[in-house]
Design a protein around this ligand. Structure first.
Ligand code: DC
Length: 229
């Protein structure tokens, strides 16, 4: 299918499968995939490693002073993009429960959001991009041609996150994951700056009972009617 060069913005709650869906769109339709959550996770890992988070408290002043020197960028590796800090691939390190526990508070900080938005807009200049996050269709690319808002039942989301972490060898507990998800949903949708919201012109995709193939079929139909060349 020949699809126009557009920006596809995929927003939604944690673990609704946004990244897997976006990666598949990128590989099947030749789009560049950008995972905005990875950048917030990269900043969180950096803050933890620098000792800017102690006893659960973030030293915002120290983080703000150090942030301009943080070189986060994506590299393409055939099967998808991976996040790098300088020369170091940090894709695995940013997906741990330790990072997940602090990423939502870090993402409420204004200067962190400006740092991430700057990077995303720079990458997005190419216009054949699929990007996933919480505020892509509302704040980062309000002019995106296609906006999708993904939702799914909490227990299904927790199970998916658990399967992912177990596959990576992490020791995790279902209740802990469910609690982390509900805390992140709350923080993400109640923060002052760019809270998680469905954009007025976004289309809702509830994938609680959908397979990845069914989601792709749904999208292809939509693209065919609205964005084929
Ligand atoms: O998609 P994810 O779970 O990797 O995102 C990690 C956190 O980053 C999430 O809890 C909220 C934050 N985030 C955000 O505030 N805005 C975005 N565009 C993407 C992620």
């Amino acid at each position: 299918m020949d699809i126009k060069d557009i920006i596809i913005a995929i927003d939604g709650y944690s673990s609704t499968g946004k990244s897997s869906f976006a990666k598949r769109i990128a590989s099947e339709l030749g789009f560049l995939y950008l995972d905005s959550g990875a950048l917030y996770r990269g900043v969180t890992l950096f803050a933890l490693e620098c000792g800017f988070i102690k006893d659960g408290v973030i030293d915002e002043q120290a983080l703000e002073a150090a942030l301009p020197a943080l070189d986060l960028h994506f590299e393409n590796h055939g099967e998808g993009t991976r996040l790098y800090q300088g020369n170091l691939c940090i894709e695995r390190d940013i997906r741990t429960m330790r990072v997940s526990s602090f990423v939502s508070p870090i993402a409420t900080i204004g200067f962190v959001r400006r740092y991430v938005d700057g990077k995303l807009r720079e990458f997005g200049r190419q216009r054949r991009v699929v990007m996933d996050g919480r505020d892509i269709g509302t704040t980062v690319f309000p002019d995106a041609e296609l906006k999708i808002f993904m939702v799914a039942d909490s227990e299904v989301r927790a199970q998916r996150r658990m399967d992912e972490l177990v596959a990576k060898g992490e020791k995790v507990n279902f209740e802990e994951i469910l609690q982390n998800l509900s805390e992140r949903d709350y923080i993400d949708s109640h923060r002052d700056i760019s809270p998680l919201r469905q954009a007025k012109d976004a289309i809702v995709l509830d994938n609680t009972h959908m397979t990845p193939d069914q989601q792709m079929e749904w999208l292809l139909k939509l693209l065919q009617t609205r964005f084929s060349k």
